[in-house]
Ligand binder design. Structure first.
Ligand code: GLY
Ligand code: MN
Ligand code: MN
Length: 452
């Protein structure tokens, strides 16, 4: 077992860093996620808001955190649900204000019911209010009410915030560079996801429904204390050409590829892996030709995920190799530079090659700064996920390519020297995949179990 990560200590470091970054004329006010009703008495599984989790490690809904740098009574204030034995009998123990202080490091904690009365005072003396706006109407209204009340309470020479800042230029800049403990959490999420993808390669059989293969992955996520970081994509055959395919109702067919894009979330941190492999364990000539282009693009792109390179460099590299591949395969005609300039390659490769990864699978942080692509620095984490997708019915393309969709996706940490791939434990060369899959599979799938 690897050592436990102290998320409360980590949150304390994140708060301190943010407090120093924003200075004493600012105050941060940030809500926990709210429970989301699913139907009648049932809620969706609760997931803490990523920004709130990052700064507090506090796991409950109905909470608000305030960070007031330099405040003499303490910089960190939590408003939380009160203890309530009757409610706790139904829904489990609540942390309560007392433990919010001694277990979660708040300098002061009060019941959420006191927030309207207390929060406006915390804004007095600050020039900038930093918090989310535009995500949740209920929250927006409350924040503006507190701001108004705070302005009313600022007397004499005291100020109250005259501007509201969103998290983009402060908290999200900070989240972009992962601390060592965060990278360790991401390594664990990646490790579980790697095990799940390997399992899927070994478990697949012709005839199996896509959802049954998804269950193999989910079983591994859950057995290791994780959950799905996003709805798994398990796309047999031409379904792989639907970029966000989540229906998962079709049977996997002998002779088709299956594309799996699935990742675990562990302690809030996500992994995001895609592999594409033959249902029967052996690539056809056409599948292999497409696959090898995507693999070459992916490997070359990973090499560009380097300190000092701009965020677009790995996309440019992947795009060039994929577009050359489209020409070589006969999907496009023309000269590569011109095709890229016209955007012709987007017909078979519509998305970009990657995104930030962290607490959110599409993590926060701008990709450009002041109109120029951001320069990569150590501690940033990206996915590298080129693909080629030839939808059925693609005109002027030989039908033998129709319905082939391939994506390969790994998670990569920018380091001082070479990029560190967190997800290399899942094979990605055609030979490596065929080796892991072992014996050729026939149409042998039968759902076991009789539920009548
Ligand atoms: N799984 C979502 C993505 O690859 O961006
Ligand atoms: Mn993905
Ligand atoms: Mn991705």
């Amino acid at each position: 077992m690897s050592e436990a990560i102290d998320y409360r200590e980590l949150a304390r470091e994140q708060r301190d860093t943010l407090a120093r970054r924003i200075g004493e004329e600012a105050v941060v006010v940030i809500p926990a996620a709210r429970e989301q009703p699913r139907n009648r008495d049932v809620d969706h599984p609760f997931r803490q808001d990523s920004d709130f989790r990052y700064l507090t490690a506090f796991p409950e809904p109905d909470a608000v955190a305030v960070i007031a740098p330099g405040r003499p009574e303490g910089e960190y204030i939590l408003f939380v649900r009160e203890r309530d034995p009757e409610a706790e009998r139904w829904a489990g123990a609540r942390i309560g204000p007392e433990a919010a202080c001694h277990a979660y490091g708040a300098d002061q904690a009060w019941p959420l019911g006191e927030i309207d009365q207390r929060l406006p005072d915390l804004l007095v003396g600050r020039e900038r209010l930093i918090g989310p706006l535009g995500r949740d109407e209920h929250w927006d209204r409350k924040l503006l009410q507190w701001l108004q009340a705070g302005r009313g309470r600022a007397r004499g020479r005291a100020v109250a915030p005259s501007s509201i800042e969103l998290f983009e230029h402060n908290l999200h800049e900070q989240r972009l560079i992962k601390r060592p403990a965060e990278l360790e959490a991401m390594r664990r999420a990646a490790g579980i996801s790697v095990a799940a993808h390997r399992r899927a390669m070994q478990a697949v059989q012709a005839g199996m429904p896509e959802y049954a293969l998804a269950a193999e992955l989910l079983g591994i996520f859950h057995r290791h204390g994780g959950e799905a970081a996003y709805p798994s994509i398990v796309a047999g055959g031409a379904n792989a050409c639907v970029l966000h395919y989540v229906t998962l109702r079709d049977p996997l067919r002998d002779g088709d590829l299956v594309l799996i894009d699935a990742g675990a979330e562990v302690d809030g941190y996500a992994a995001d892996i895609t592999r594409t492999f033959p249902v029967n364990g052996t690539f056809s000539a056409e599948q292999r030709a497409v696959y090898d282009v995507v693999l070459a693009a992916q490997e070359a792109a990973i090499e560009q995920v380097r300190c000092g390179h701009d965020f677009d460099a790995f996309h440019r590299t992947a795009t060039r190799i994929l577009t050359q591949g489209m020409v070589d395969l006969g999907w496009l005609a023309g000269e590569v530079d011109g095709l890229i300039e016209q955007g012709a390659h987007r017909r078979f490769f519509p998305p970009r090659t990657g995104h930030w990864l962290g607490l959110d699978v599409h993590d926060v942080g701008g990709y450009a700064v002041g109109g120029a692509w951001r320069i990569l620095q150590p501690g940033m984490v990206v996915t590298v996920e080129p693909g080629l997708y030839c939808p059925p019915g693609s005109e002027e393309v030989d039908p033998r390519w129709h319905g082939i969709g391939v994506r390969i996706e790994d998670d990569v940490i920018v380091e001082r020297e070479t990029p560190r791939v967190l997800t290399s434990g899942v094979p990605k060369t055609a030979e490596g995949i065929e080796d892991l899959m072992g014996a050729v599979r026939g149409a042998g799938y039968e759902e076991s179990g009789d539920f009548d």
